[in-house]
Design a protein around this ligand. Structure first.
Ligand code: 4AD
Ligand code: MG
Length: 459
């Protein structure tokens, strides 16, 4: 394994090793040359030295970048050089030629340009680091919840209910829309459709997650979710991954404690397991990244109520594009002021006005606010949204009526309150936003392999 050879190169000194990979750079003179090879399994390149005694020396000297090769040779420690060792090639086999118009030549490319070659960008340093962090972070999330006995629950992608009640859903239908069957009132008759009713791609697995929490106590989901909101921002995607834990016999504080532990575990795990990648981000993307993440792990997250947040924003003397009034939704500019200028660390904002939040959030005794909490982090803004759930059937029904939701659509969700309902809470962590936070990458399009955003499904 290249990672092991790289990290413990002394053990392999003067031994013959065999590696294979893709050429990242190649420099050659008449009698010798250097190749930086990346074998894919590890972020760092391996330096290969070759000399004219190779029978295919001329051919190797002219290989285009990204050609794939197999190298055999002696590992020589190079303590005074940038890389810890190099391989003196005794044999180089060419596996696959690359064409000389390969778009990722050595010069630095913009992230915007690299988006146009989403199929090749994982071969660049930046994306090689991003997507290895993404993989390790996913593993860390599973590890965190599995170690605590949470049951990993696979909630459906195709669903008949709208969790957020916001109507931002992608319809799933087999009907030919040009000749769709109509009801008398002129609307499309989905009872003739594949599932016999109107279905959509899920916006959240929470409602189904609640059903499982009321059987298994502690569960989590981790899967793709979809939102048909037409917002072209750096932190919204139409398809994104969400982690949604749901815990029974638990309230809002239990949720916040769990979320804080999870975030700290995630950050620590990633810093410990992909240090080379994290150093790369610290050097090239965000010079304060590692300091900031270390501080987060070692301090307590802030906790303020929405009402307190509004007071802070009003007193700030800042001219916001969206004016601040009790009752307004917090905009990105408000969140960023709270995290980047006031707290300078992650902060939970709790107890939002009920009118700007979803129907399932538990109504507080003031009858004006709900037991909700969003986690805001510097540089990204909202990374987690969650709440204690309304377990009182009568209060929930009243709330749904107020919000003009069709109770029949949610019959099974309401039954959970009828058959041994308990207090329970949960939250959703946006996985892409977590990766942005961990890497310092500022656009969501650069932390998901093939991003889906409005007008963007090229790959
Ligand atoms: O705040 P949201 O909408 O909450 C829910 O969906 C709840 N049902 C979660 C729960 O309580 N189980 O979304 C949760 C998180 C947000 O904080 C954000 O990080 C992310 O999901 N998110 C998005 N990420 C990327 N693109 C989008 N369009 C996103 N919408 C939400
Ligand atoms: Mg939210």
């Amino acid at each position: 394994l290249v990672k092991e050879i790289y990290r413990e190169s002394e053990k392999y000194a003067n031994q013959t090793v065999k590696i294979s990979g893709w050429i990242r750079t190649l420099r050659s003179s008449k009698v010798f040359g250097f190749i930086e090879v990346n074998d894919g399994s590890f972020f760092k390149n391996i330096q290969v030295v070759f000399e004219e005694d190779l029978d295919n020396f001329k051919e190797i000297s002219k290989l285009p970048i990204s050609s794939s090769i197999v190298v055999e040779g002696k590992l020589v420690l190079t303590p005074e050089a940038k890389q810890p060792f190099e391989i003196k090639a005794s044999k180089i086999i060419i596996e696959g030629y690359s064409s000389s118009d390969y778009p990722l030549q050595k010069k630095r490319h913009t992230l915007e340009f690299l988006r146009t070659i989403a199929h090749l960008r994982p071969r660049s340093n930046t994306f090689s680091a991003v997507f290895r962090v993404r993989s390790i972070a996913a593993y860390a999330i599973h590890k965190f919840f599995q170690e605590r006995g949470f049951v990993y629950t696979h909630t459906p992608i195709i669903t008949g209910s709208d969790c957020e009640g916001a109507g931002e859903m992608f319809r799933v239908s087999t009907l030919d829309m040009k000749n769709a069957p109509m009801k008398e009132d002129g609307s499309i008759d989905f009872s003739k459709d594949f599932f016999g009713k109107e279905t959509n791609l899920t916006v959240s697995g929470q409602l189904e997650g609640e059903a499982y929490a009321l059987a298994f106590r502690n569960i989590y989901t981790f899967g793709p979710t979809f939102r048909a909101e037409n917002s072209n921002t750096a932190r919204h995607a139409s398809e994104f991954w969400m982690i949604e834990p749901e815990i029974a016999f638990a309230d809002l504080n239990d949720y916040m404690n769990l979320a804080e532990d999870m975030m700290k575990y995630l950050i620590t795990y990633v810093m410990e397991n992909v240090p080379e990648e994290m150093e790369f981000f610290n050097k090239f993307i965000d010079k304060n990244l590692l300091d900031r993440l270390n501080n987060v792990v070692n301090s307590e997250f802030g906790r303020i109520t929405y009402t307190e947040a509004i007071e802070i924003l009003k007193k700030s003397g800042k001219e916001f594009e969206y004016p601040v009034e009790w009752g307004c939704d917090l905009q990105t500019e408000h969140e960023r002021y709270l995290t980047d200028e006031v707290f300078k660390k992650p902060v939970f904002v709790t107890d939002y006005p009920k009118d700007i939040k979803s129907f399932y959030m538990r109504l507080n005794d003031d009858n004006k606010t709900v037991a909700a909490a969003d986690l805001l982090v510097p540089g990204v803004g909202e990374i987690i949204g969650g709440s204690q759930r309304e377990e009182r059937l009568d209060v929930l029904e009243k709330r749904m009526e107020e919000m003009e939701l069709n109770k029949e659509d949610y019959w099974w969700y309401l039954e959970l309150r009828k058959y041994g309902g308990t207090k329970h809470a949960g939250y959703g962590l946006g996985f892409e936003r977590a990766i942005m936070y961990l890497t310092g990458i500022s656009n969501i399009r650069d932390v998901i392999p093939f991003p889906r955003t409005p007008k963007n499904a090229e790959f």
